[in-house]
Design a protein around this ligand. Structure first.
Ligand code: 13P
Ligand code: SF4
Length: 311
């Protein structure tokens, strides 16, 4: 604990010295969330990155998030504690394969979930996050056909919500596919007053039993504003840190994972590659830094900006 406090103090002084800002996603470990200047969902973090006046943006999240920050604010140095912090969704959608699919349907509008690489964003008409996806889909003229990538679970949910048929890429989030419906229902029987809340990356059978479905920030707001006092939370367990801080008197239970999972709840191994120590080292060395070819950056900016205008 002492080591943690010392590291946090060092990070805070380096932050001032270097005019850096730390943006953290809710799935980061609590020690990182505590030194963050801002914690949010993907959309909020993108907006913060776009408007940041700091010289350095330390992105405590995964690679696609840091990449999006760089695209939105290219004159800033964007650093990520661990370059290996990827995402199963982003990995499921390699640019070459996606290019082939897109070529088969040249008239389709391409909407991509922000959890994808810059190359995929560069091939997209619109980007969306879990908090604005419905609005983005509804903004597309009814006569247009849509390709949605890479998350099939979010895609299926959006088809159901908007009534729009969409061609779905076969990608998914390993963390949100780890929940066990049987164990979830068993837990619910033990806590019949509980409300089940879920992230839309979860599988259809989980979403079917959820009382509320939304982004990480949406789930947090829901728990804060609801009259209910017990919640079963089906998303990455890191969210419980901020949630419990906001509503210390409410009971929050992480949704249980399937038998073969490494932890009883569900954690994102990619997100957890970032540690407080790596955060300190990266701020000290100002590396590893996000960089990529100019062409991709400019092309990827267009659909992200369209998203920001619509949300
Ligand atoms: P949101 O915070 O936008 O809901 O995204 C969840 C997620 O899985 C990020 O990787
Ligand atoms: Fe990707 Fe899922 Fe991890 Fe989010 S929780 S970074 S979607 S693997």
């Amino acid at each position: 604990a002492l080591e943690r406090t010392i590291l946090q103090q060092k990070i805070n002084s380096l932050k001032k010295e270097k005019n850096a800002v730390i943006l953290a996603h809710y799935y980061q470990e609590p020690a990182i969330q505590e030194v963050a200047d801002f914690i949010g969902d993907s959309l909020e973090l993108s907006k913060k990155a776009a408007e940041s006046t700091a010289d350095i943006i330390v992105f405590a999240g995964v690679h696609f998030m840091a990449e999006t920050a760089k695209i939105l604010n290219p004159s800033k140095k964007v650093i990520l504690p661990d370059m290996q912090a990827g995402c199963s969704l982003a990995e499921s959608c390699p640019p070459e394969a996606f290019k082939k699919l897109k070529a088969q349907y040249p008239d389709h509008v391409v909407v991509t979930y922000i959890n994808c690489s810059a190359e995929i964003k560069a091939m997209s008409d619109l980007v969306c996050t879990s908090s604005n996806a419905e609005k983005i889909i509804n903004s597309i003229p009814a006569e247009k056909q849509i390709i949605f990538a890479p998350d099939k679970n979010l895609g299926k949910y959006l088809i159901q919500k908007t009534g729009r048929q969409m061609l779905l890429w076969d990608g998914s989030c390993i963390v949100h596919e780890a929940f066990s419906l049987d164990k979830l229902l068993q837990l619910f029987r033990e806590h019949p007053k509980a409300r089940i809340i879920a992230h839309p990356e979860s599988e259809p059978q989980v979403l079917k039993v959820a009382n509320y479905i939304g982004s990480t920030s949406g789930m947090l707001d829901h728990v804060k504003n609801s009259d209910h006092n017990i919640f079963i939370v089906a998303t990455e367990a890191g969210i419980l840190h901020q949630m419990q801080k906001e509503v210390p008197w409410k009971t929050l239970i992480p949704a249980p994972a399937k038998e073969d999972n490494t932890c009883a709840c569900s954690e994102c191994a990619f997100m957890k590659l970032n540690t407080l120590q790596k955060l300190y080292t990266c701020l000290e060395k100002e590396a590893p830094e996000i960089s990529f070819s100019e062409g991709i950056m400019e092309q990827a900016l267009v659909p992200i900006q369209r998203m920001l205008q619509l949300s």
